[in-house]
Design a protein around this ligand. Sequence first.
Ligand code: SF4
Length: 398
Amino acid sequence: MFDLVESEHLYIHVPFCIKKCRYCDFYSKTDLSLIPDYVTALVQEIRLRSKSIVSQPKGNVATVYFGGGTPSLLGPRHLEAILKALDNAFKLCRQTEITFEANPGTLNDIQLKSLQGMGINRVSLGVQSFDPAQLALLGRIHSADDAVYAVEKVRAAGIENISLDLIYGLPGQTGDHLIRELDAALDLRPAHLSCYMLTLEPGTTLHAMHGRGKFLPMSQSDQVDLFCAVAEYLKARGWDHYEVSNFATHTSLRSRHNCAYWQMVPYHGFGPAAHSYAVKSDTEGSTSYKRFWNAPDLNGYINALKTGNLPASDSETLTLEQRRMEYVMVGLRTSMGLDIKTGQTLWQDRFLTVFQSLMGNLENNGFARLRDAGQRFVLTLEGWMRLDSIITSFIERI
Ligand code: SF4
């Protein structure tokens, strides 16, 4: 087993949904009768894996993220068992950011009342849209009223750190329609918004409908116009646009868990299809960087752990080239941008030699700027509008 050094970020994958949404390619199953067996297996996985993890001093977990799937399908007893297992293995503390993803169609009063008492201090609600026609097209199980009700209930349960997910860029959506969607979200006073452009992922219902000519995606230039409309509207209202799709009312309310991903910090994932990232240094001073992930196979996961074995998994050790590519792809998406010093380390002091002219051109065109006394290279909104082609230009030079 790979040692996990400084792993302070934990992800729990809850692979259940009431019904598959038409746009979603995340791993999940609709047979909810397997939830109790899954929880037993998950607790066992946490216990087994934590034994082989060389972690920071216990009590130093920065974030826990319940994602899925639909974590809000777990009842209080199950959540409590999982949190207890995490606490035993890693020692959670009061400062740990514990995010719970919830589908507005699945929250109930008993569960809500227990969340805060269990230490959950951030709820991310998959609202997606306030428009009944768009919710139907996306295949969501809830109404806009359910979303409003869910926000009220989460707040009444004492959790103020609420994030809302919205999807935009559906066929025919206009700028005015999108602003109405944003206004409806802002009326609910969230601390954080994730606004995702609809993408057609292979294997999804929308992708298949597209293949049959039953779904016509929005043109790329219309999508870029909407992206710009969202960014400008929220910026004018004082929101912190800290990643292409993510906005916070204040820098302190950014998702600490997702920021860790974007800074390529190690993290540990539990549950079927969950990914982990580990950095290992050996006694001779060399360091390796490894991703590993459990197989997307719920039954296999449950059966393996029932017999005391870890589930099937796969892994890859990142080459220097892969790490450089990830550094550029992820860094350019965030308002922290590329840290020049880190770049120089990754490129053995050749980062500026390789990229100076490209960076200069982007700056001269208003697509990027240097920040923090030249220590960070950050894309502007104009740059984010051209993100794919800018990333391609960087990668061509790697
Ligand atoms: S979007 Fe969420 S609720 Fe819908 S299928 Fe995907 S994981 Fe499940």
